[in-house]
Write a protein that binds this ligand. Sequence first.
Ligand code: R5P
Length: 311
Amino acid sequence: MNREFTIFTGTANPALARTIASKLGAQVGACVVDRYPDGNVAVQLLETVRRKEVFLMQSTSPPVSDHLVELLALADACRRAGCARVTSVVPYFGHGRADKRNGRREPIMARVVADLMEIVGISHVITVDLHTPQIEGFFHAPVDSLTAVPTLCQALRDRLPANVVVVSPDVGRVGMATRYAQCLGAPAVVLHKRRVSGVETQVTHVVGEVSDRSCLIVDDMISTGGTMAESITALLNAGARPEIIVAVTHGLFVRDARKKLSHPAVREVLVTDTVCVPERDWPQLHVITIAPLIASAMEKLMSDGSLGELY
Ligand code: R5P
């Protein structure tokens, strides 16, 4: 590494920031990230950043708007304090599902977030498993879009039953499921999902053979758990063994997601720590750290190395 750098974190996942910093032989920089009595975000850097490379760690996980504003405030403070470059490390990119208008007079919030980040001086973004790759194109700034698939595959190798098929819960995740399938040497199956509302989905077809097979369902995120619950039912109805493993990058677990995933057929649920998982006492849940992947991306960025192999 040949540049002086500082890492600051918002309140979304300070534990991940500390792990990443320690992998880079550093500590998280001192700063205040708080609230004024009226709820406005209060940020102050407690150390100099002049001419330094700055990394701002913040997943825009729930509460999404609060975490986003903290990130914007930190970036503005760094830019005004004369840092050399601000890179935001956003392991989970909130608003990622709002990536098109769907013809219903809706905003494209992923694009709005990209614009806001650039306006406050963020000139580079590192993120993990974006909901859709086109979000990268919403930025003028370079975006290093990493994937947690190899990290999760490594954790899955010793846990998978024989005869497993990788299941994509919808057509949007076929690319990701194919990567898992290649990495694990297993066949892939696709479910045809119809979204009824923000919390309700319906699986209409199982495309591929799951009869008497164990299933590994993969996805970018679990939000309310509705997609997973529907997928589990559809697979069991199609004759899959009651031996289901779930692997997703971002475990948001909002509303009663845990209840939906606590199905007797679900053996294990693997997520990464892109989002701070508040769930406790859930023996099936395993949180696999993404810190080595992000730390090595930051290292390569600072040494001007290629990040190609991390994508
Ligand atoms: C959808 O396109 C995503 O890849 C996930 O399947 C979905 O967002 C998960 O949401 P939920 O857990 O609320 O069904």
